[in-house]
Design a protein around this ligand. Structure first.
Ligand code: NAI
Ligand code: 15L
Length: 268
């Protein structure tokens, strides 16, 4: 049966806020969790993923989990270790103990961020391209994908790992023209990931049907995802304002864009 009750971790964040507004229209009842309080939802769980007891209580009784919580940019390794690596482990352990059947994991393009972006007639990047993290952050997403594989092989806990491009209301850079996922397409993809049969551990890229797409959406489409949006209407203005991608600029050369030389400056 399709999941009805879904735990949304990271619900106070940018993507979490978009999804908690969009997903109820698909019929889900959402339980929200974040380390930051969520105004307007007295039932939201305010807890750190480090708090195993709180995490276990939060997963109890849900049909599935959308796991967005964590540090979402480059940061010092110790911070990434606690929030993204140990935090994701704590969530998977809680899900296993409570018998939750499926997790949709917010992986990232930065798990493969040091892959050269396609140019000219180069083929789209497939999901089985070797992982090449561009940051400690991307490394934590690579870990999350491996953790998901382990929990499928060993415990039968299913995951769809979504290597999200950039999910914001509008694309704001030339790179984002290639990797943008509109919030509406994001909700469609999460819905497909929650409802497709027999996903085992499936890795997909998360983006809209962009004219300038860099990667292969076939595994996402195989879940039943049908993207409706394309960043192309934003292209002319963004390129006029910012200039086109420069093949000699390292920050324009790889899938991960500027992350390949971002310092670990996350402030928290
Ligand atoms: P965000 O930084 O706005 O939200 C992350 C949320 O996680 C925050 O509300 C934060 O309080 C919470 N959080 C952090 N550490 C926590 C912990 N230890 N325990 C409980 N909650 C914790 O990030 P955004 O953009 O909403 O991204 C959500 C997820 O999607 C992240 O995992 C990010 O890596 C991933 N992602 C997002 C992309 C995007 O385009 N927005 C692209 C690729 C991946
Ligand atoms: C990510 O993984 C980040 O969480 C998000 O904030 C964006 O920066 C996105 O990647 C991107 O690559 O643009």
């Amino acid at each position: 049966p399709a999941p009805r009750t879904v735990l949304l971790t990271g619900a106070a964040g940018g993507l979490g806020t978009l999804m908690r507004n969009l997903l109820p229209a698909f019929g889900y009842g959402l339980r929200l969790l974040d380390v930051r309080p969520i105004e307007g939802d007295p039932d939201a769980v305010t807890a750190d993923l480090a708090d195993r007891k709180a995490v276990r209580e939060a997963v109890r009784g849900v049909d599935a989990i959308i796991h967005l919580a964590g540090i979402s940019l480059e940061a010092p390794f110790e911070k990434i270790l606690a929030a993204n690596i140990e935090g994701t482990y704590n969530l998977y352990e809680a899900a296993r103990e409570e018998g939750v059947g499926r997790i949709v994991f917010a992986s990232s393009n930065h798990a493969v961020g040091f892959t050269p972006r396609p140019q000219g007639n180069d083929p789209l990047i497939p999901v089985d391209t070797p992982r090449r993290p561009d940051t400690f952050y991307g490394l934590s997403k690579s870990f999350g994908e491996d953790l998901a594989q382990l929990y499928w092989d060993k415990h039968g806990l299913e995951t769809v790992s979504v290597r999200i491009g950039s999910c914001f209301p509008e694309p704001t850079s030339v790179r984002m023209l290639s990797i943008w996922m509109s919030p509406a397409d994001g909700a469609r993809l999460f819905h497909a990931a929650l409802t497709a049969d027999n996903v085992g551990h499936t890795v997909v890229y998360g983006s809209s049907a962009n004219t300038r797409l860099w990667w292969d959406l076939s595994t996402a489409r195989a879940l039943g995802y049908e993207p409706q949006d394309d960043s192309e209407p934003y292209a002319e203005k963004l390129i006029a304002d910012q200039g086109d991608l420069d093949p000699d600029d390292i920050a324009h050369t790889y899938l991960g864009g500027h992350f390949v030389n971002d310092p670990p400056i996350w402030p928290y």
